[in-house]
Design a protein around this ligand. Structure first.
Ligand code: PLP
Length: 359
């Protein structure tokens, strides 16, 4: 039996996807070899790659004037690729700081330009929240405005899409495909695959066409969006297996009814867990209601000495990877698309039992 996996990334994958991949792996459509061993230029593989892109376009309703790139290097490489592609004559960009990932992104960008940091995290009644945009000091001349939709470690999520005259660039690594998104509001959306898309090794970049050709001329071709777009993300050998498997996840998601349907399940899961934490005096969540992530739920126990026992007992009943990020401690349940409602129900039942025993 498969356990419920609450890992923040690489994260749970849908069981039917893994079973299908297993079936297809030994022999791809009678060709006598697996998809992993096939040239990325072969017609079989190109069809797989193309289908994955088409399905992602359908899922997110991506307009025709956007390219979808399937790259490597993780979201972290995009922290550099974005300034290298977008900081042209105008070398200033605005970066909204809300947590650990937005800080990593702005620190990388500071190597390449003049970065205006907008401190948007604040505490209200002891809970962490995102300051409204009316309080931000945006630049008049920024090449773009960058923010992280969902801070995976803090469990802090935007409840709005910022307004900006400059192109909006957003890291959706831990929230892409969890809810419908109006792509047309963005210049660039990027995401490491290993949370809500597929396995590690693949990074999706959705980029508006007018932003393709602004890159510095001296940057590597692999990082240059225009080169990758011209070459269908195959400037070099792409992460073929991760791309294939992500395609299977997209098909699975379409079968679930698409992003609007999975959002309803995600909301139900998040509500169940937060409601339980809120009525308990044994567990606590540090985030203000409006900015609580529906994907990553950090929580603390009344007594930190119980953390190790909590994790051990949880693992004993098949509830895996509930430790918080090593930089913040505590617990964190990542409840991405592939974690079923039953998984969260099992977690809440376990938390109830644990609190009764140790409270
Ligand atoms: N951005 C966010 C919001 C993340 O959660 C992560 C990884 O956890 C990253 C960026 C870094 O992603 P990668 O490991 O793909 O570089």
């Amino acid at each position: 039996m498969r356990a419920y996996n609450f890992c923040a990334g690489p994260a749970a994958l849908p069981t039917p996807v893994l079973e299908r991949a297993q079936q297809e792996l030994a022999d791809w459509h009678g060709r006598g070899l697996s998809i992993m061993e096939m040239s990325h230029r072969s017609s079989d593989y190109v069809a797989v790659a193309h289908k994955a892109e088409t399905d992602l376009r359908t899922l997110l309703n991506i307009p025709d004037n956007y390219k979808v790139l399937f790259l490597q290097g993780g979201a972290s490489l995009q922290f550099s690729a974005i300034p290298l592609n977008l900081l042209g004559k105008n070398a200033r960009a605005d970066y909204v700081h809300t947590g650990i990932w937005s800080e990593k992104a702005l620190k990388e960008a500071q190597r390449y330009g003049d970065i205006n940091v907008i401190e948007a995290g604040r505490t209200i009644d002891g809970k962490f929240a995102i300051a409204p945009q009316s309080e931000w000091q945006l630049s008049d001349n920024a090449a773009y405005l960058h923010y992280v939709d969902n801070e995976t470690i803090g469990g802090l999520q935007f409840d709005f899409i910022p307004e900006s005259n400059a192109p909006l660039v957003a890291d959706f690594s831990s929230s892409i495909l969890s809810a419908p998104l109006d792509v047309s509001k963005f210049g660039i959306i990027y995401a490491g695959a290993q949370k809500n898309i597929g396995p590690a090794g693949l990074t999706i970049v959705i980029v508006r066409e007018d932003l393709l050709d602004q890159a510095r001329s001296d940057i590597p071709s692999i990082l240059k969006y225009s080169d990758q777009a011209k070459n269908d993300s195959m400037v070099n050998t792409p992460a073929t297996f991760a791309w294939y498997l992500s395609g299977l996840v997209f098909e699975w998601l379409l079968e679930q009814g698409g992003v609007a349907a999975i959002q309803q399940v995600n909301l139900q899961k998040a509500r169940l867990l937060y409601d339980y934490i809120d009525q308990s005096d044994f567990y606590a969540n540090p985030i203000a209601l409006q900015n609580r992530s529906i994907m990553n739920v950090p929580f603390t126990l009344k007594d930190t000495n119980l953390e190790k026992i909590f994790l051990k007992e949880a693992e004993g009943v098949g509830l895996l990877n509930l430790a918080g990020h090593r930089s913040v401690g505590g617990m964190r349940a990542s409840i991405y698309n592939a974690v079923p409602l039953e998984g969260v129900q099992a977690l809440v039942a376990f938390m109830q039992e644990f609190a009764k025993k140790h409270g």
